[in-house]
Design a protein around this ligand. Structure first.
Ligand SMILES: Cc1cc2nc3c(=O)[nH]c(=O)nc-3n(C[C@H](O)[C@H](O)[C@H](O)COP(=O)(O)OP(=O)(O)OC[C@H]3O[C@@H](n4cnc5c(N)ncnc54)[C@H](O)[C@@H]3O)c2cc1C
Length: 317
């Protein structure tokens, strides 16, 4: 990497949005991602060739610039309006709730991050181990480094001498979730699209993935409450039967699932916003971006990365 360039660690939507802005401004940038693919928590996994979303369930768009990006994804055939109507379940029954339009991606939300990345160079399967003053990333000097990931993951990389950034990530609090993909023989549930589940010991969200994706496949994706997830982080697969039973009881399903896949998110969502700013950038050339700088949403993560990219371009340009 050119000493004048920026290393972005993390190819979730925040890191990719940051790299896109830097590229646009002519600043050399390299993105390094420890996973096999781009997308981060906008994650999809294929089951017999069919994708299911195992991270973010959907997203909403209110920021005019983000709305414009969503329009570009829609024009590319990647995104669809899913629904503004969910059901809410609680101890007394269930009722319809309307809210903002929720968007979904037939090819999985990850496809949107891939589209946004375009020609930005992303090296996958590249675990970054440490950031030292300089900044120096894994022994290599650069003009600035961006850690676009949950704070506890960034904390693992930061030299304690980098006090500003270390203080910011240490102030963050994150909660876990398990996401279970339940594949059934048939669609035997009432029309509900998505369901918020309140006051439940296991579940907080169930989505009809066949409806969300528009192919009508008999697939549900359930997210658990943090307290339940916390007890199963060591052995997430072992939580499958309890999640399946909870979903069947909730929706009155007569059939067992043919397959249950459980994905662990140790750092699923920040529990409160870090600060008023949409990113962190200190005098050491260390930047932090992600959904901790706003509400725990796709839109906040994108805005954080975009804003940090602009700030870095202004500083380095
Ligand atoms: C279960 C769940 C449900 C959600 N539901 C919704 C929803 O309905 N609506 C909504 O708007 N948002 C939702 N979210 C939140 C949304 O997914 C996030 O806000 C957004 O995707 C965060 O993007 P990011 O780029 O900040 O972080 P991430 O997507 O987490 O990206 C960080 C990246 O950094 C990489 N990385 C970490 N450490 C290293 C390292 N040392 N070296 C290299 N790479 C590294 C990771 O592999 C990852 O790819 C949900 C999240 C989860 C987990």
């Amino acid at each position: 990497m050119d000493r004048s360039g920026v290393v972005v660690v993390g190819a979730g939507i925040a890191g990719v949005a940051c790299a896109v802005e830097l590229t646009r401004a002519g600043v050399p940038v390299r993105v390094r991602e420890r996973g096999h693919v781009r997308g981060g928590r906008m994650a999809s996994k294929r089951f017999q060739g069919r994708p299911a979303d195992i991270g973010a369930a959907y997203f909403t768009a209110t920021d005019p610039d983000f709305v414009a990006l969503v329009e570009r994804w829609r024009a590319a055939g990647l995104v669809r309006e899913w629904t503004d109507t969910f059901r809410a379940y609680d101890r007394s029954g269930n009722h319809e709730v309307t809210g903002p339009m929720r968007f979904a991606a037939p090819g999985g939300l990850r496809s949107l991050v891939e589209h946004l990345a375009g020609a930005v160079p992303v090296t996958v399967d590249r675990l970054v181990l440490g950031v030292e003053p300089g900044p120096v990333v894994d022994g290599e000097s650069c003009a600035a480094v961006v850690l676009a990931m949950p704070g506890p993951q960034a904390a693992l990389l930061l030299d304690p001498a980098l006090t500003d950034a270390t203080r910011v990530v240490q102030a963050q609090r994150w909660s876990p979730t398990l996401a279970a993909v339940l594949r059934f023989p048939h669609r035997r549930w009432p029309d509900f699209r998505g369901a918020f589940v309140n006051e439940h010991p296991v579940l907080n969200l169930v989505c009809d993935d066949g409806d969300r994706r528009g192919d009508g496949a008999p697939v549900l994706v359930a997210h658990t409450v943090p307290e339940f997830a916390a007890g199963h982080l060591a052995q997430p697969t072992g939580a499958g039967p309890a999640i399946e039973q909870a979903v069947r009881d909730l929706l009155g399903l007569p059939e067992q699932a043919v397959d249950v896949h459980v994905h662990r998110w140790t750092y699923a969502k920040p529990t409160h916003a870090t600060a008023d700013a949409t990113y962190h950038l200190d005098a050491d050339g260390i930047g932090l971006a992600g959904d901790a700088f706003g509400k725990p949403r796709v839109q906040s993560a994108w805005r954080s990365g975009r804003d940090l990219g602009r700030a870095l371009a202004a500083r380095l340009g």
